[in-house]
Design a protein around this ligand. Structure first.
Ligand SMILES: Nc1nc2c(c(=O)[nH]1)N[C@H]1C(S)=C(S)[C@@H](COP(=O)(O)O)O[C@H]1N2
Ligand SMILES: [Mo]
Length: 297
């Protein structure tokens, strides 16, 4: 159902939704609690940033549906409601709804799986995963946000001054080395290809740098084409490892010029009480015997 500040409210079935012109787009989807902010951190790349995915989504631009019903004056937010027992609800600014929000029914060419929101979910490219409401049953156009549980008690960011940031939608630029990474072991000294993924909710990844000396010096990694907006980007970096103990890490820069921060840099701004939106650089410790562990632990 699409109703609220619209000229012609619309109740439609999934089959009717699928009669609209469709688009297929590749986007990442990441939980903003990926990883949680506080130590102790996990052991592996999957423990640390496993709550991210990147697939081809198929559905209808939300703009097409909003054009169909006609927005009335004062339409500033769209309130999306899920059909789960919690009726999970989020408020989405109208600008995002008209820019690139999708109402999707397929993922990688197959219908959404039950756990991904079958039959229909919202997909907000680059915004925190929580806002991509699954099992979507209602979109209400409104002049103000609803201040639901997920945008007050959850998914807000407590700051050192005791106030909290609300509506921190964007997932900022981030990267992680996935090989070699925590839990893995380099078999013997010699050539090692360092590789990983980078992404940004603000658009394309422009650059990924890798350091193999604990952050003293950085060099550019190669980005694998195509580098898509708001999608995971693979990077690769050749390393000649002589069997010494080392700390390796990657840092991403996106098309806005924003550079991924270190954890101490994040801590200096956000303080100790933050929880979501930890996009800090992930250092891995390589021991002389080739074992790789989380250098933050
Ligand atoms: N209706 C509904 N939608 C939801 C959720 C939920 O609990 N209920 N979880 C959200 C959260 S917190 C995230 S991170 C993403 C995860 O999407 P995925 O399971 O497809 O990775 O879905 C979001 N959409
Ligand atoms: Mo999440």
């Amino acid at each position: 159902m699409l109703h609220g500040l619209v000229r012609t409210p619309l109740v439609f079935t999934v089959e009717e939704l699928r009669r609209f012109p469709s688009v297929s787009k590749i986007y990442f989807l990441e939980c903003s609690g990926n990883p949680v902010y506080r130590k102790p951190y996990g052991k592996t790349a999957s423990d640390l940033v496993g709550l991210v995915s990147c697939v081809e989504w198929t559905g209808v631009p939300l703009k097409t549906l909003l054009d169909e019903v006609g927005l009335e004056a004062g339409a500033k937010w769209v309130i999306a409601e899920g059909a789960d027992a919690a009726a999970m609800t989020r408020s989405i600014p109208i600008e995002k709804c008209l820019e690139d929000a999708l109402v999707v029914y397929s993922q990688n060419g197959e219908r959404l799986r039950p756990e991904q929101g079958y039959p229909v979910r919202l997909l907000l490219p680059g915004f925190e995963g929580n806002m991509s409401v699954k099992w979507l049953r209602r979109l209400r156009v409104a002049d103000a946000p609803v201040h639901s549980r997920e945008e007050t008690s959850k998914y807000t960011d407590p700051m050192p001054d005791g106030k909290a940031r609300q509506f921190t939608f964007y997932m900022e630029a981030k990267s992680i080395i996935t090989r070699p990474s925590g839990g893995q072991k380099i078999a013997s000294p010699g050539f090692v290809e360092i590789t990983g993924i980078a992404w940004s909710g603000h658009g394309r990844i422009r650059r990924v740098e890798v350091s193999v000396d604990g952050g003293q010096t950085w060099r550019d990694a190669a980005l694998q084409d195509p580098v898509l907006s708001r999608a995971l980007t693979r990077f690769r970096f050749p390393w000649s490892w002589q069997g010494q103990a080392a700390v390796i890490q990657s840092r991403a820069t996106d098309e806005t010029g924003y550079v991924q921060p270190t954890f101490p840099e994040l801590l200096a701004v956000r303080g100790e009480n933050a929880f979501y939106h930890n996009n800090s650089v992930q250092p891995w410790r390589v021991a002389a015997n080739g074992e790789v562990t989380n250098a933050n632990n």
